[in-house]
Design a protein around this ligand. Structure first.
Ligand code: NAP
Length: 307
């Protein structure tokens, strides 16, 4: 099966690429310089040359705050490109796996969000992603839309790396404690998507359970709880000594984009349909923190929080 993986250098893409290659898929994983999704003509000519049978769209404009002032750029990548890919997939009989976000929700619920709950994004990023998933669902019958949340990995820009950096620079981290969600290891999500794709290869597409799914790490926390756990892991390993983590309200940390106060995802559908087992978020965090500490040692950096 010929697979086009977009966003191959992003957090999720970096974890997906080796898993798909190991499973024997004929993988095209272009860099943005080779395939700029904001240019429909580039998508068309790439499509003609490669004729993918499955697209995994892990590319996105993910700068949540910057999107507030760059709406056109966010919509081009998060809404218009998925719509274009969905039309091409529909017209050529290809399948499309598209990744979306918990930020399509407004956070007013206090119980985990089901796939069928209404979306009501609070910011430009969430609106652009909601438009993208809606287009995929409307235009391409053979689609999977997988919403995830609070993604982190040893690659790219994410909260874990930010906390590691700050813990090396500051004695005190003040972290928001009234936004609730589920940290998700990009490796876990990639493992889940790879398992689904392997099943897709074996099963008749006519009976495949296409549709909308949620997948995130098991268990919920706040950004404060997430940071607290990261710093605990550092301190257990002799790093970030004396660093304090202090809970603060969202009101004390204003950002350009509003974020949902609660975006815990109910993942029972993907577990039941695909037989997936999720890992507790704190368990998946440990190897990522250890990998980042190794990378630091490799780069010759000293111990975080030490002179
Ligand atoms: N990060 C999170 O916390 C989070 C939470 C929920 C859902 N999600 C969703 O999960 C998916 C994967 O996110 P991620 O964290 O892996 O994202 P990421 O690390 O920001 O990676 C996104 C990738 O998309 C590429 N890209 C951006 N604009 C492009 C364009 N015009 N043409 C081609 N490629 C382009 C980026 O390339 P450059 O780096 O070169 O720009 C990057 O490789 C996305 O759909 C995202 O919306 C993420």
């Amino acid at each position: 099966m010929r697979v086009l993986l977009t966003g191959a250098s992003g957090q999720l893409g970096c974890e997906l690429r080796p898993r798909l290659a190991a499973a024997g898929f004929a993988l095209a994983a272009p860099e943005p310089e080779e395939l700029d999704l904001a240019r429909p003509g580039e998508i068309d000519s790439f499509w003609r040359q490669n004729r993918p049978q499955l697209v995994i769209n892990a590319a996105a404009y993910t700068a949540v705050d910057r999107a507030e002032s760059e709406a056109a750029a966010a919509f081009a990548v998060n809404a218009e490109a998925p719509a274009h890919l969905a039309r091409l997939c529909r017209d050529t009989g290809a399948a499309l796996i598209h990744v979306s976000t918990d930020y399509v929700f407004d956070g007013t619920k206090s119980a985990p969000y089901h796939e069928d709950d209404p979306v009501n994004p609070l910011g430009v990023y969430g609106r652009s992603k909601a438009a993208g998933e809606e287009a995929v669902r409307a235009l391409c019958p053979r689609h999977l839309v997988v919403r995830t949340s609070w993604l982190y990995s040893a690659h790219g820009v994410n909260f874990v790396k930010t906390v590691l950096r700050l813990a090396a620079e500051r004695p005190e981290l003040r972290i928001v404690d009234d936004q609730h969600g589920c940290p998700t290891s990009a490796a876990d999500l990639a493992e889940a998507i790879a398992a689904i794709v392997k099943r897709l290869r074996q099963e008749a597409q006519a009976i495949f359970p296409w549709g909308l799914y949620h997948y995130c790490g098991e268990g919920a926390t706040t950004w404060y709880g997430f940071a607290r756990k990261i710093v605990d892991l550092l301190q257990e390993r002799g790093f970030a000594r004396g660093v304090r983590v202090v809970p603060i309200p969202t009101a004390a940390y204003p950002t350009p984009a509003r974020r949902p106060a609660y975006s815990v995802l109910d993942c029972r559908r993907i577990e039941a349909v695909f037989g997936l087992r999720r890992t507790p978020w704190a368990e998946s965090l440990t190897p990522v923190v250890e990998r980042l500490l190794e990378d630091r040692r490799g780069a010759g950096a000293g111990r975080p929080g030490e002179p």
